[in-house]
Design a binder for this molecule. Structure first.
Ligand code: ADP
Ligand code: ASP
Ligand code: MG
Length: 402
C-alpha cells in the first residue's frame, strides 16, 4: 500500500468526459488499496477567462487581494466536479479548498509562498479511507484571506502535499506524456526524456518551459520528492525528475523559450561610479525582477544600460526610471516588448567548451540576430526578436539533438 499524490492540470479536467477520465485514473490506484490525494487546477482556460472578467470591471488593474478571491474560484469548481464524478462511480471522496487542506501562505497576494501545511485534516480523511481532492494554487494568509501561488501554482501545491505527508510518489499529469528536449508544440522533433535531474528541470522551468512550475521543482529538490510527469490521456510511463540520473550525459538537456520578457534601455546615462547601484536599487525597492543586464561603453562620458524584466513589470519599470530623471541624468528610456529569451540547459556544458559558439552558429545559420547574451554554469540564454523565437528554438534543437 502506498500514499500517492496525483496532480491534474487544467486540460486534464477541461470537460465532463475528461473529468471522468481522471476519476477513473484515481479509482484505479485506490482500488489497489493505495491512499490517494489529488490536486487539481481550474478547468481548461478558466483562470484566463476569470482574469478577462476582472479586466472588464477595471482595466486599470484590480487589487491583488480581490484578484486572488476571484481566481481561487476556478479550482473550487474543478474539485467539486471531480468529487461528484468519483461519487457517481461509487467511491468515497471529499473535496477540500486550500485552507481546508491546511495550506498556510505568506501575504503576497497573487504570488504567495507556502509557509507550511497543517496536514491533520488531510490525514484524517485518509484515515477514513476517503479519496481526497484538493484545490491547487491556493492557500490562506495570516489575515485569513485567500491567496494564490502564481500561475502554474498547482504543481507546487501537489509537491508541498507530497512533502508534508511523506508520499511515496508525486505524479503530475498533463497534456503531454513527459518532459521533452524542447516544447513539443514548437519543436516537432523534440524528444521525450525518461529522466532529468532536479537542477536541470529547475533551470528549464525557470527559463520558460511551462511543463512544471519552477517553485514546484525547487521544493521537490529540497524535500527530495520524486516527481513523475505523465499524460492523463495516454497510459504510459512519463519522465522522472530526481537528484541523479543514469542516462548518458548529453551536451545539452533541453531548450526553453520565454516570451514574457521586455527589454528596457536607459540611454545616455552619466558615466560615473554608483549609477548602476542607483538604478537597480530603486527597481529592487519596487520588487522589479531584473534578468539579463548589459552595460555598454558610451561616448562623451555617457553610457547605456540595457536589461530585461518580465513583461507585466515593464510599465512600472519605465515609470520608476522616468521618476529618477532629476537625480540620474540620462537622455532617454526606451523599451521593446516583442523580444524572446531562448536558452539551452545542461549540466554537461560545464565541462565542454564550445557549446556557446555552437549555439551562436545555429542562430547565425538561421539568420537570427542576438541582442543580449547571458551565461551560467549550466545554461546559456540569448535575447532575440520574438517573431524569430520558434525558428531559433528549432535551429538550436537541430544543432544539438539528433
Ligand atoms: P497543465 O495545465 O497540465 O499544468 P501546462 O500547459 O501548464 O499544463 O504545461 C504543459 C505544456 O507545457 C505542454 O502542453 C507543452 O506545450 C509545454 N511545454 C513547454 N516546454 C516543454 C517541455 N520541455 N516538455 C514538455 N512540454 C513542454
Ligand atoms: N489555474 C492556475 C493557472 O492557470 C494554476 C495552475 O493551473 O496550476 O495558472
Ligand atoms: Mg501547468
Amino acid at each position: 500500500m502506498s500514499l500517492i499524490v496525483k496532480k491534474f492540470g487544467g486540460s486534464s479536467v477541461a470537460n465532463a468526459e475528461r473529468v471522468f477520465n481522471v476519476a477513473n485514473i484515481i479509482i484505479e490506484d485506490y482500488k489497489k488499496g493505495n491512499n490517494v490525494i489529488v490536486v487539481v487546477s481550474a478547468q481548461g482556460d478558466t483562470t484566463d477567462d476569470l482574469i478577462a472578467k476582472a479586466k472588464e470591471i477595471n482595466p486599470d488593474g484590480v487589487s491583488k487581494r480581490e484578484m486572488d478571491m476571484l481566481l481561487s474560484a476556478g479550482e473550487q469548481i474543478s474539485i467539486s466536479l471531480l468529487a461528484m464524478a468519483i461519487e457517481k462511480l461509487g467511491y468515497p471522496v471529499v473535496s477540500l479548498l486550500g485552507w481546508q487542506a491546511g495550506f498556510v501562505t505568506d501575504s503576497k497576494y497573487s504570488m504567495a509562498r507556502i509557509k507550511r501545511i497543517n496536514p491533520e485534516r488531510l490525514l484524517a480523511e485518509i484515515e477514513k479511507k476517503h479519496i481526497v481532492i484538493v484545490a491547487g494554487f491556493q492557500g490562506l494568509n495570516r489575515y485569513d484571506d485567500v491567496t494564490t501561488l502564481g500561475r502554474g501554482g498547482s504543481d507546487t501545491s501537489a509537491v508541498a502535499i507530497a512533502a508534508s505527508v511523506k508520499a511515496d510518489v508525486c505524479q503530475i499529469y498533463t497534456d503531454v506524456d513527459g518532459v521533452y528536449t524542447a516544447d513539443p508544440r514548437l519543436v516537432k522533433k523534440a524528444k521525450k526524456m525518461s529522466e532529468i535531474t532536479y537542477d536541470e528541470m529547475l533551470e528549464l522551468a525557470t527559463l520558460g518551459a511551462q511543463i512544471l512550475n519552477n517553485r514546484s521543482v525547487e521544493m521537490a529538490k529540497k524535500y527530495n520528492v520524486e516527481l513523475e510527469v505523465l499524460s492523463s490521456l495516454q497510459n504510459k510511463p512519463g519522465t522522472i525528475v530526481k537528484e541523479v540520473v543514469n542516462v548518458e550525459k548529453m551536451l545539452i538537456k533541453g531548450i526553453a523559450s520565454d516570451n514574457n520578457v521586455s527589454r528596457v534601455s536607459i540611454i545616455g546615462l552619466e558615466d560615473t561610479p554608483g549609477i548602476a547601484f542607483k538604478v537597480f536599487n530603486q527597481l529592487g525597492k519596487r520588487n522589479v525582477n531584473i534578468d539579463i543586464i548589459l552595460q555598454s561603453i558610451g561616448r562623451d562620458k555617457t553610457k547605456d544600460i540595457t536589461f530585461t524584466v518580465q513583461k507585466d513589470q515593464r510599465k512600472e519599470t519605465v515609470e520608476a526610471i522616468e521618476a529618477m530623471k532629476q537625480s540620474l541624468k540620462f537622455q532617454d528610456v526606451v523599451f521593446d516588448d516583442s523580444v524572446s529569451k531562448v536558452s539551452i540547459v545542461g549540466a554537461g556544458m560545464e565541462t565542454h567548451p564550445g557549446v556557446a559558439s555552437k549555439m551562436f552558429e545555429a542562430l547565425f545559420d538561421a539568420g537570427v540576430n542576438i541582442q543580449m547574451i547571458s551565461t551560467s554554469e549550466i545554461k546559456i540564454s540569448v535575447l532575440i526578436d520574438a517573431a524569430q523565437s520558434e525558428r531559433a528554438v528549432n535551429a538550436i534543437h537541430d544543432k544539438f539533438v539528433d
